[in-house]
Design a protein around this ligand. Structure first.
Ligand code: ADP
Length: 657
C-alpha cells in the first residue's frame, strides 16, 4: 500500500467550526437536564374533580399553582403514595423523599376560579391548615436560554458565512478558512504531481528557453556554479505580449525541474483584509524555504508589482504596497532566502516598480516576443500534433498567412480549424479550414446575411482594391497577403499585409505606409469622385501615425528634433500640454499637411493605374477574396519584393553547399 508521506505532522484533530456548534448544543442539553424539577418527566395529569376527591380523602399535602402555565402541581402525603389508587403517581418508587416531587399535575382554565374551588373544598373538609396552597411562576429555562443566545448565534453564523465567502475557495478543511486567510494560496507541483508540460511543448523561444533552462540547472546542481564564487540568481522576469507562452514556459519549468514549484497569480495575494497580502508573501516564502531548493512562479505580477505611487490621492490601496514591500524584502532583504528562485510573468514590464526590477531581485529579464515566421511554423507543428490533418498541409504556407499572431492565437487557429472541419463533416482538417479559421480569428465571424447593396459592395471593392494597388506600387509599403470584401465582425472588407519586422523606421517608410492606408479613400475619390465614411479606421491610423512623427519621433522639420514623449509614464501631461499654443498650432498644421500630402500622392498613383485598379476591383467583386498571386497576374511581379528570412537562409545554405 502506498503511504501518505507528504503529511509531515502527525494526524492532529483539525479544528473545525462544527465543534463550536457541538459544544453549544451540549451546553443547552446540559442546562435542560440540570435545571431542576422541570427536567424530570412530567407527572401524570388528573382532572380538577379527581383532585378535589383526593383532597377530601386527605391525600394531598401541597398544591402549587403555577399561574403562567395554567397548571398546578399536586404533592401527595407519604401515606397516600402507598395507596393503590396512586400507583401511577410520580415519585412512587424512585425517590425516598417522594413528597419533594409533584405526583400529579392539574390543568385549569382560570386561576381565580380554580383557587376558589380549592378553597371551598378545603373549607368544607376544614383542612386549611394541613394543606399548603402556594402560587408560583415557572420559568422555561430552555426557551429563555435560546432567546438570549439567539442573537449571538445569528451574529456568529453570519460572520462565519462572510468569512467563508471572502476567503473564497481557499483550500483547507471546512471552516478552516478563517484561520488560513493569511496563508499563501500557491499551488505546489513537485515530483508527486503529474506535470505534463515539458520544454518540448514550447516551440520557438530558443533564447528564453535557454535562460529558463539555466535556472532549472542552477537549482539542480548549485555547487557547479557557486564553487567559483558566483551567486545563484534570485529571480527572472518573463516579459512579453499576451499569449506568447510565458505561462507555458513556466509550466515547462515545473515539468522539467525536479524541484518543488509554487505557482500563483499576483492577484491571489490581495484580499479585502489589510495585511493579508504581506502575510501571504511571508507564508509563501516560508513554505518555499522549507522545501528549498524551490521555484516560485508569480503570474501577472503587475497586479502587485505596479510602481508605488507618489500621489496617493485617496489613501486607499496601501494594501498592495504593503504586499509589494514584503515581496521586495523577501527577495532581497536581511534574512535572504537561499535556493529559492522567483519566476514572474507580466506583459506590462513598464509599469513595474523600479525596486522590483533592480539586479538582486529579478536579476534577469527574459523577453518573450511574438514569434517570427520560422517560430510560427514550429508552434503550428506543436499544436497540430493532436489534430488529424490531410496530408497536403503546408506548414510554411500557414506560418506565412499568420503574421503578428501569438502562440495563443496559433493554438486557437488549430482548434478553430478542427471545429470548422468537423462542422463540415470532414474526416481530416485541410488547408481551407485553416484559412477560414485564420479569417475568423482576425476578422470575427463571417456575416453572410449582412445586407449590402450592390452599390455599397462596389464601393467596398474599390476601397480595398485601392489599398492593394497603392501598397503594391510603393517600395516601403508592407507586401500584401490577401484582400477580401467578405464582411466580418465590424469590418466590411480588409486587406492584409505582411509587415516587415523593422527595428528602426525611416520617414519615407512611414510615408509609404500612410499613402497605402489612404489608398482606400483615394480609390473611392478617383473612381466615383465621392468619399464615404468607410475610411474611418484608416483615418484613425494615419492620424495617429502622423502625430507620432511630429510629436514623438522628431521627424518633422517645422517642429524639429524634439519629443513630447515621456517614457516614465509619470508625466502630468494629462492636464496640461508640454508645449505652447503656438506650437500646438504648428503641430496641427503639420499633421494635416503630412496626411494630405499622402492622400494626394495616392490619388495620383491610382489615376495613373486606373485600368489595373478597375481590373482588380472587378476580380474582387467576382471572387470576394484574392491573394498575392492574383495581384501578380494583374500588375506583374513586384519590383521591390524582398526575400524573407527563411528564403534567405535557405539560399545561404545552398550557396555553402
Ligand atoms: P502568456 O504569455 O499570456 O502567459 P500563455 O503561456 O498562457 O501566454 O500561452 C497561451 C497558450 O498559447 C498556451 O497554452 C499554448 O497553447 C499557446 N502557446 C503560446 N506560445 C507557445 C509556444 N511558444 N509554443 C507552443 N504553444 C504556445
Amino acid at each position: 500500500m502506498a503511504k501518505e508521506t507528504n503529511n509531515t505532522n502527525p494526524k492532529k484533530p483539525r479544528f473545525s467550526s462544527y465543534w463550536i456548534y457541538g459544544i453549544i448544543l451540549l451546553f443547552i442539553i446540559g442546562m435542560q437536564l440540570f435545571s431542576g424539577g422541570s427536567g424530570w418527566s412530567t407527572p401524570p395529569e388528573i382532572t380538577p374533580a379527581k383532585m378535589e376527591r383526593y383532597l377530601a380523602e386527605g391525600d394531598i399535602t401541597k398544591i402549587e399553582i403555577i399561574t403562567n402555565t395554567k397548571s398546578a402541581k399536586i404533592y401527595l402525603t407519604e401515606e397516600a403514595l402507598k395507596k393503590d389508587i396512586h400507583k401511577n403517581a410520580q415519585g412512587q418508587t424512585l425517590l425516598p423523599s417522594a413528597s419533594q416531587v409533584p405526583s400529579y399535575t392539574v390543568k385549569f382554565g382560570d386561576a381565580q376560579n380554580f383557587e376558589n374551588s380549592i378553597n371551598a373544598a378545603l373549607e368544607s373538609n376544614s383542612m386549611q391548615d394541613t394543606v399548603e396552597v402556594r402560587f408560583d411562576q415557572e420559568s422555561n429555562m430552555l426557551g429563555e436560554l435560546l432567546l438570549t443566545l439567539l442573537p449571538f448565534i445569528l451574529i456568529i453564523g453570519i460572520w462565519i458565512f462572510l468569512m467563508r465567502r471572502m476567503s473564497g475557495g481557499a483550500t483547507g478543511g471546512a471552516g478552516g478558512q478563517i484561520f488560513n486567510i493569511g496563508k499563501s494560496k500557491a499551488r505546489l507541483f513537485d515530483e508527486k504531481t503529474d506535470m505534463k508540460v515539458t520544454f518540448k511543448d514550447v516551440a520557438g523561444l530558443e533564447g528564453a528557453k535557454e535562460e529558463v533552462q539555466e535556472i532549472v540547472d542552477f537549482l539542480k546542481n548549485p555547487e557547479k556554479y557557486t564553487s567559483l564564487g558566483g551567486k545563484i540568481p534570485k529571480g527572472a522576469l518573463l516579459v512579453g505580449p499576451p499569449g506568447t507562452g510565458k505561462t507555458l514556459l513556466a509550466k515547462a519549468v515545473a515539468g522539467e525541474a525536479k524541484v518543488p514549484f509554487f505557482s500563483l497569480s499576483g492577484s491571489d495575494f490581495v484580499e479585502m483584509f489589510v495585511g493579508v497580502g504581506a502575510s501571504r508573501v511571508r507564508d509563501l516564502f516560508k513554505q518555499a524555504k522549507d522545501k528549498s531548493p524551490a521555484i516560485i512562479f508569480i503570474d501577472e505580477i503587475d497586479a502587485i508589482g505596479r510602481a508605488r505611487g507618489k500621489n496617493n490621492f485617496t489613501g486607499s490601496n496601501d494594501e498592495r504596497e504593503n504586499t509589494l514591500n514584503q515581496l521586495l524584502t523577501e527577495m532581497d532583504g536581511f534574512g535572504t532566502n537561499t535556493n529559492v528562485i522567483v519566476l514572474a510573468a507580466t506583459n506590462r514590464a513598464d509599469i513595474l516598480d523600479k525596486a522590483l526590477m533592480r539586479a538582486g531581485r529579478f536579476d534577469r529579464q527574459i523577453y518573450v516576443d511574438l514569434p517570427d515566421v520560422r517560430e510560427r511554423k514550429e508552434i503550428f507543428d506543436v499544436h497540430l500534433r493532436p489534430i488529424k490533418t490531410s496530408e497536403s498541409l503546408d506548414l510554411d504556407f500557414l506560418a506565412k498567412q499568420t503574421p503578428g499572431f501569438s502562440g495563443a492565437d496559433i493554438a486557437n487557429v488549430c482548434n478553430e480549424a478542427a471545429l470548422i472541419a468537423a462542422r463540415k463533416g470532414k474526416s481530416a482538417v485541410d488547408k481551407q479550414d485553416f484559412l477560414d479559421a485564420v479569417d475568423r480569428i482576425v476578422g470575427g465571424l463571417e456575416k453572410k446575411n449582412k445586407i449590402i447593396t450592390p452599390d455599397e459592395k462596389k464601393t467596398i471593392a474599390y476601397h480595398e482594391a485601392g489599398h492593394a494597388t497603392v501598397s503594391w506600387l510603393l517600395e516601403h509599403a508592407a507586401p500584401l497577403v490577401k484582400v477580401t470584401i467578405v464582411p466580418r465582425g465590424q469590418s466590411l472588407g480588409a486587406a492584409w499585409y505582411l509587415p516587415e519586422e523593422r527595428l528602426i523606421v525611416r520617414p519615407e517608410q512611414m510615408a509609404d505606409e500612410m499613402c497605402a492606408t489612404m489608398g482606400g479613400r483615394a480609390a473611392e475619390k478617383v473612381m466615383f469622385d465621392k468619399i464615404s465614411t468607410g475610411a474611418l479606421s484608416d483615418l484613425e491610423k494615419v492620424t495617429k501615425q502622423a502625430r507620432a512623427m511630429v510629436t514623438i519621433y522628431g521627424l518633422n522639420d517645422q517642429i524639429g528634433n524634439l519629443t513630447y514623449y515621456d517614457s516614465t509614464g509619470q508625466s502630468d501631461y494629462n492636464f496640461s500640454k508640454p508645449y505652447s499654443e503656438e506650437t500646438a498650432k504648428i503641430i496641427d498644421k503639420e499633421i494635416s499637411r503630412i496626411i494630405e500630402e499622402q492622400y494626394l500622392r495616392a490619388i495620383k498613383l491610382l489615376e495613373e493605374n486606373k485600368d489595373k485598379l478597375t481590373t482588380l476591383a472587378d476580380r474582387l467583386l467576382e471572387k470576394e477574396v484574392i491573394f498575392k498571386d492574383d495581384l501578380e497576374r494583374i500588375f506583374g511581379k513586384r519590383p521591390f519584393e524582398k526575400k524573407d528570412d527563411s528564403e534567405k537562409k535557405e539560399e545561404e545554405l545552398q550557396e555553402k553547399e
